[in-house]
Design a protein around this ligand. Structure first.
Ligand code: PLP
Length: 375
């Protein structure tokens, strides 16, 4: 990290290593063999991380995570298909919005923002509506930080003979996702989350057979995964200008992910970050929105204190001055803020953050961190 950089405790873009940043100090020709090799390596590593065998291909997609998710839905949900989305936050809701935008049929199963969708209810909805062809699941709903029951929803989807699409944007590389165990048609991934790259690229791991059947399905020229894949298979290039520096940085980030010990080690570091953060904040009197057993080690939602001296913006500014960037809340039912556990940060950074929060509260004159709303 550069000395002047604040630590980003956010859901991404996040703090990246110096090595990852340095990988962007070179210009690449998008048609050049060296850059093609980088792309090939990145796609192969992602397939490896998901334990995706010969039945899968990985397709790159320019843009932020939403572009990858939209490309996945638009390309792999057939025009006559119907999608079920269990919704417990904004990113699940966004998948439903994407369907409505492109005129695909969608039904939502609405769940409280601090609750997991019940797989038995998913099964019941699938049984009652034979027109539903696909289910979409967000592995970690970053709105609250909740871990969704992906294996259980995958199991009921499979049992009902329907197909699964996964938004693993905020979790891939830190939480396990094994395509030998989870039957899915596609998984959307972003560069700037748990692999610790920089923003600008997404990737969709697709079941080859389903992608082959997806010709002409997409609603959008640039978000057509089938066309992107056909072009890539023929030329080794991205179909339109690739974010070359982002891909080079992501390649380096993937190497560091492997050096750290892969998904298990990355997940363990984030879990250690989460533990130090939550215990420290609780000691200061804060309450988390979620019970520990459903909290993913990605981002934690804290309830705002009712003490009138507390103001999120003031806490944000004071922490920024101390070198930490935190994140506003996103849930709709309570006043909250969020602190991320992901990125090139370790438990010692979390200890320093908790000390900084304590100092900031003293500066604000906050004495009581009990929340406004009982969770
Ligand atoms: C689970 C999930 N899905 C999708 C997105 C959208 O990604 P982006 O904001 O990069 O478009 C995010 C972003 O945080 C996310 O956490």
């Amino acid at each position: 990290m550069f000395a002047a950089d604040p630590i980003l405790l956010t859901p991404g873009p996040l703090t990246t290593s110096l090595r990852t940043k340095q990988a962007m100090l070179r210009d690449w020709g998008s048609w050049d063999g060296d850059f093609k090799q980088i792309t090939r390596r990145v796609l192969d590593r992602l397939l490896g991380l998901a334990h995706a065998g010969e039945d899968f291909v990985c397709v790159p997609m320019q843009g932020s995570g939403t572009f990858a998710v939209e490309a996945m839905i638009g390309s792999l949900l057939p025009r006559g298909g119907k999608l079920l989305v269990p919704v417990n936050g904004a990113y699940c809701q966004r998948i439903a919005d994407i369907c409505r935008y492109m005129g695909r049929q969608v039904v939502t199963m609405d769940v409280a923002e601090d609750g997991q969708p019940d797989p038995a209810k998913v099964a019941a909805i699938l049984a009652a509506d034979p027109a539903i062809t696909h289910v979409a699941v967000v592995q970690c709903e970053t709105t609250s930080g909740i871990l969704n029951p992906l294996p259980e929803i995958a199991a009921v989807t499979r049992a009902a003979g329907r197909r699964l699409l996964i938004d693993a944007i905020s979790a891939f590389g830190a939480l396990p996702l094994d395509l030998r165990e989870i039957e899915a048609d596609a998984v959307a991934i972003s560069a700037n989350k748990c692999i610790e790259g920089v923003p600008g690229a997404g990737f969709v791991i697709c079941r080859r057979e389903k992608l082959e059947q997806a010709a002409g399905n997409a609603h959008s020229l640039s978000l057509d995964l089938h066309a992107q894949w056909v072009y890539y298979a023929r030329t080794g290039q991205w179909r339109y200008t690739p974010p070359t520096h982002v891909v080079a940085a992501f390649d380096q980030a993937l190497m560091q992910h492997e050096e750290e010990g892969g998904t298990a080690a990355r997940g363990a570091r984030y879990a250690a970050n989460c533990k130090v953060l939550v215990e420290g904040m609780r000691e200061l009197g804060f309450r988390t929105l979620l019970a520990d057993r459903i909290q993913a080690p990605i981002i934690v939602t804290f309830l705002c204190p009712r003490d009138p001296a507390f103001a999120f913006q003031r806490l944000y500014d004071l922490l920024k001055a101390k070198g930490f960037i935190i994140y506003p809340g996103k849930i709709t039912v309570a006043d909250t803020f969020r602190i991320g556990c992901i990125g090139q940060v370790g438990p010692e950074d979390m200890t320093r953050l908790v000390e900084a929060v304590k100092a900031a509260l003293a500066e604000m004159g906050v004495r009581d961190c009990a929340p406004k709303l009982a969770a």
